[in-house]
Write a protein that binds this ligand. Structure first.
Ligand code: NAD
Length: 293
């Protein structure tokens, strides 16, 4: 078993971006600039946004963090987004999800200019990705591809089973892995909460992407010997032995599955850091795209 180490790969991606950013600045060009919007006081969201802002600082990107009250109206939020859309210095905009119930996620996603949609959630970004046109790939699936590429995991002709069909992980990674390029050329099966014979399907998988949000759901008896396991899940479970009062669990029962796998991502330290690295890649690309007339 070999660990797909998201800490190492994300650091390599960030180091590369820092070199490129330093070169831009030496040429008198602007630093990439990411704007993040954080609404309310969700602990997990706070942590994610803090990591994103910290990564910007490490690479030499500018970042702007807008903290907004839980009570902000949808219209006020859309106005803020339009200000950021029109701000020429800002290259990428992200709104940390989930949003308060009174705000439409779809409206928020569709308000962000496609040219600044570094989370890759805008329907136009998704459509472009599906058609193989240049586009911002959603950060989590893009991070998974970067990691498979780094470790040169063979994907061509493999059977990839994706568990979960959300717009941010399951659906896009299933499309990306079926593309006629590396990492890709997989035969993909997408499973979800209405899949009756999940274990049977998983046992046929060369690659499993577990993105369902059920702690330690994927057990050793669901996995074929030598499979590649990518664990996207992040769930906080109560743990009195931790100072924070919780532990982070993935969707894979790591110890037992690791023993059967060829490659496996840990949680934490796997897909999580890669998501941030991919977001940084998208922000850099958004900035570079503006250099072109
Ligand atoms: P979601 O709740 O939007 O979607 C979950 C999907 O899993 C659904 O499509 C559902 O049909 C499927 N599902 C649920 N129970 C199932 C079951 N028993 N069998 C088969 N399929 C089942 O979740 P999401 O936003 O895609 O996130 C999934 C997990 O990944 C969560 O734990 C989330 O926190 C985590 N996540 C991690 C990162 C990261 O950076 N590592 C990024 C995004 C999401």
């Amino acid at each position: 078993m070999k660990l797909l180490d998201g800490k190492i790969v994300s650091q390599a991606v960030k180091d590369q971006l820092k070199t490129k950013t330093d070169a831009r600045i030496a040429e008198g060009k602007k630093a990439p600039h990411l704007a993040a919007i954080l609404i309310g006081n969700n602990g997990a969201s706070e942590t994610y946004v803090a990591s994103k802002v910290k990564s910007c600082a490490e690479i030499g990107f500018k970042s702007t963090l807008l903290r907004l009250e839980e009570t902000i109206t949808e219209q006020e939020l859309l106005s803020k987004l339009n200000e950021l859309n029109e701000d020429a210095d800002i290259d990428g905009i992200l709104v940390q999800l989930p949003l308060p119930k009174h705000i439409s996620e779809q409206k928020v996603i569709e308000t962000i200019y496609v040219s600044k949609d570094v989370d890759g959630f805008h329907p136009e970004s998704v459509g472009r990705m599906v058609q193989g046109l240049p586009a911002f790939y959603p950060a989590t699936p893009y991070g998974i591809l970067l990691m498979l590429e780094h470790y040169q995991v063979e994907t061509k002709g493999k059977h990839a089973v994706v568990i979960g069909r959300s717009n941010i992980v399951g659906r896009p990674i299933s499309i990306m892995l079926s593309k006629n390029e590396y990492p890709g050329n997989c035969t993909v099966t997408v499973c979800h909460s209405h899949t009756p014979n999940l274990k049977e399907i998983c046992l046929q998988a060369d690659i499993i992407i577990a993105a369902l949000g059920r702690p330690e759901f994927l057990k050793a008896d669901m996995v074929k010997e030598g499979a590649v396991i990518v664990d996207v899940g992040i769930t906080r479970v109560e743990d009195a032995s931790k100072k924070s009062g919780f532990a982070i669990k993935g969707d894979v029962a790591f110890d037992e599955v690791a023993a059967k796998s060829s490659f496996i991502t840990p949680v934490p330290g796997g897909v999580g850091p890669m998501t941030i690295a991919a977001l940084m890649m998208n922000t850099f690309k958004a900035c570079e795209a503006k250099d072109r007339p």
